[in-house]
Design a binder for this molecule. Sequence first.
Ligand code: PMP
Length: 472
Amino acid sequence: MKMSNVLNDGNVIVEAKVNRVNGTPKSSILHRHIHHDPITVKAASGNYLELSDGRKVLDATGGAAVSCLGHGNQRVREAIARQMGEVSYCHSLFFGTTAGEALGKELINGTGGRMARAFIVSSGSEAMEAAMKLARQYFLELSPSQPARTNFIARKESYHGTTLGALSVGGHVTRRKIYEPMLLGNTSLVSACNAYRGQLKGESTEGYVARLAKELEDEFLRLGPETVCAFVAEPIVGAALGCVPAIPGYFKAMKGVCDKYSALLILDEVMSGMGRCGTLHAWEQEGIVPHIQTIGKGLGGGYAPVAGLLIGHRVLNTLDKGTGAFAHGQTYQGHPIACAAALEVQRIIREENLVENVSRMGTLMSSMLKQRLDAHPHVGNIRGKGLFWGIEFVRDKETKEPFDPSLGIAMRVHQKGIDPPYNISIYPGSGTVDGKSGDHVLISPAYNVTEADIRLIVDTTARVIEDFFAEF
Ligand code: PMP
């Protein structure tokens, strides 16, 4: 790829330009890139994708932190087939299903009863839309005479989904950019917690937390606290930054600000939740419980398009005393096949103690990654939790200067990994926060990985990165 061929317009456009060299496409499906026929995956099992050219690619990220049990799990396949034989679809407005009911119970039990109800949809973006609408409805039913709470405060370094509402509370620059004029006007963005880039030299953990809490409170005051519906945040920033966890005390302080002004806290655990970070829910490690939580990828492990909300008692009780109905309905809400798949995935995670394995293997993976890559001149930061780790690349390690996003460094590292002799899939992200963060890759293998799998993933990833920069 010649640099002069690259548009200086964020990673989406850069990737499209890079892929244009593939020539006339044969695909009749619109994939992300019009001039690109993606490599066909003809089979998948365990941690491997088998490609149409016969190569086996190690799936070190389960897609985008999705395939938490790996591919082709026999129990999940059987559960889906059983559900197909029983009931494949009915409308959730009129009917419930055994699978939906059992999934709800499983999910609520998994919170130790700290959340009250589950609501099941088909994607993380839909879950975020539903969370925002539920928050608005909560305040209307709580006190119809109050001034309308319609404002959402979210964070600059974040991603919450691709639909217009979810995109409005996200700060992922390249994914928002061309839709900016269509986004909601009632959202504002404050800084996320990013110790590597946001914490000042010599600033204590407490000092950094206090500064971010003040920034949030100032935004409440600027908007008028009585107009703020909710603060929206990812416990670990996924696609926008590359697995950046908050520092200790951050979420307690943010919840404190929300509580002070009676606003809701919506935690987006679509990527970081359902065991991915070493506890079933990321909030368990923060000492708080959100009012509404979204879940997604690890819920169904990729076996069905499924995501959802976990709704706290305060919100549910208010609706219960009010209209008694959530004013939001979708055709595929609570889809029986999706519920049966998610239920089996969640049962396997619980019965096989996989969250504990995530924690143990995560500790091993993080120490191996740091040992191997910390000293690399273009690796700025390695961070994450559980089996959810990000490696941030920088042009200059000393100044933390990122690469120009138009170079598409992360995408090119990903492409190098897919190619022989490496044959590994790692998840890339570039230019996500207006040139103020580096390119990154994510590593998020299945929850049931072994020590040998981790060694192979770390060694192959490290070789890809070392070789890429050696040739760069
Ligand atoms: N929230 C977060 C934190 C995500 O990472 C994503 C997807 N990457 C979404 C929401 C949107 O989920 P989906 O792509 O399933 O709509």
